[in-house]
Design a protein around this ligand. Structure first.
Ligand code: PEP
Ligand code: MG
Length: 301
């Protein structure tokens, strides 16, 4: 019973809002839109669209995607909804998007690399996003960006897609564009990529895997996979410092964002968005409240 009361008390923290940091939700399936809203998320910080594409024989149509994205945008309006372009490859596979057998899938055709090779899938998703953007505050996030040319090519395709929609007389809005910082090369290329984008989101899951050369799913090397290592915080500090020069907001959307032991450090480093599992939103908000008020709010039943 004490447990239930404590839980109820924590849930109340979901309603809090902070001026300098947003606690947003990571979601994967449309049903989580409502869950995230109920938990008090200040928007969606990462919509992993892979789950709309897996477990079926063909990709979702433009209309099907449009309706899901629109729902998320309308539910959270005027708050931001960050929808990530399809991040297939690595350990996430779909049959109708066949990739030649790869010896090292995590170092292979993944995320934007794969999308640039399957332009029809990319364009369908962009069409749905551009149309949905008329219904809310949309940001589009690009996974696995490695080089500036990934974004240069994507921007050309976005432009082409916009022109096609306008020529068809379709209603479109606009979105902000951001990249996942999850491939180490980006730490040194961020200045070259910055002019093309509006924000960055640090994906500590893949970043940790690539920095420590330890497969995120392989228990045999789990001891090398240290997402709370000083090295990771130093990288986040570097990215935050560089991003500041370009006025790019910095978020964290990997598992690290939902770890209570990391919250204070991340906020001190200038991270202004933490995106976490919906159920963690009230816990992280309580932690921020404690940090900001200097009050320890443990439940005293
Ligand atoms: C990440 O890599 O940290 C991330 C948030 O993306 P995913 O876990 O979907 O690869
Ligand atoms: Mg990732």
């Amino acid at each position: 019973e004490k447990y239930t009361k404590e839980k109820e008390e924590i849930e109340k923290y979901g309603e809090l809002k902070f001026d300098d940091i947003k606690i947003m939700a990571n979601i994967s399936v449309p049903q989580e839109i409502e869950v995230a809203k109920k938990k008090g998320a200040d928007g969606i910080g990462l919509f992993r669209t892979e789950f709309l594409f897996v477990g079926r024989d063909n990709p979702p149509s433009e209309e099907e995607q449009y309706l899901v994205y629109k729902k998320a945008l309308e539910t959270f309006y005027p708050e931001e909804v960050v929808i990530r372009l399809l991040d297939i490859g690595g350990d996430k596979k779909i049959e109708y998007l066949a990739v030649d057998n790869e010896e090292n899938p995590f170092l292979g055709l993944r995320g934007i690399r794969l999308l640039l090779k399957h332009k029809e899938i990319l364009k369908t998703q962009l069409r749905a996003l551009l149309r949905a953007s008329a219904h809310g505050n949309l940001s589009v996030l690009v996974p696995m960006v490695t080089l500036p040319e990934d974004i240069e090519k994507l921007l050309e395709i976005i432009q082409e897609t916009k022109e096609e929609l306008l020529a068809e007389g379709k209603e479109i809005g606009s979105f902000k564009l951001g990249i996942m910082v999850e491939v180490p090369s980006v730490i040194w290329l961020i200045e070259k990529i910055a002019p093309y984008i509006d924000f960055v989101s640090i994906g500590t899951n893949d970043l940790t895997q690539y920095i420590f050369a330890a497969d995120r799913n392989n228990p045999s090397v789990a001891k090398y996979y240290q997402d709370e290592h000083e090295v990771i915080f130093e990288i986040i500090a570097t990215i935050a410092e560089k991003a500041k020069k370009f006025n790019l907001p910095v978020g964290v959307c990997g598992e690290l964002a939902g770890k209570l032991g990391a919250t204070e450090k991340l906020s001190q480093l200038g991270v202004t968005k933490l995106s976490v599992s919906p159920f963690k939103v009230p816990f992280i908000k309580r932690k921020i409240y404690e940090i900001q008020t200097g009050q320890e709010r443990t439940y005293k039943g």
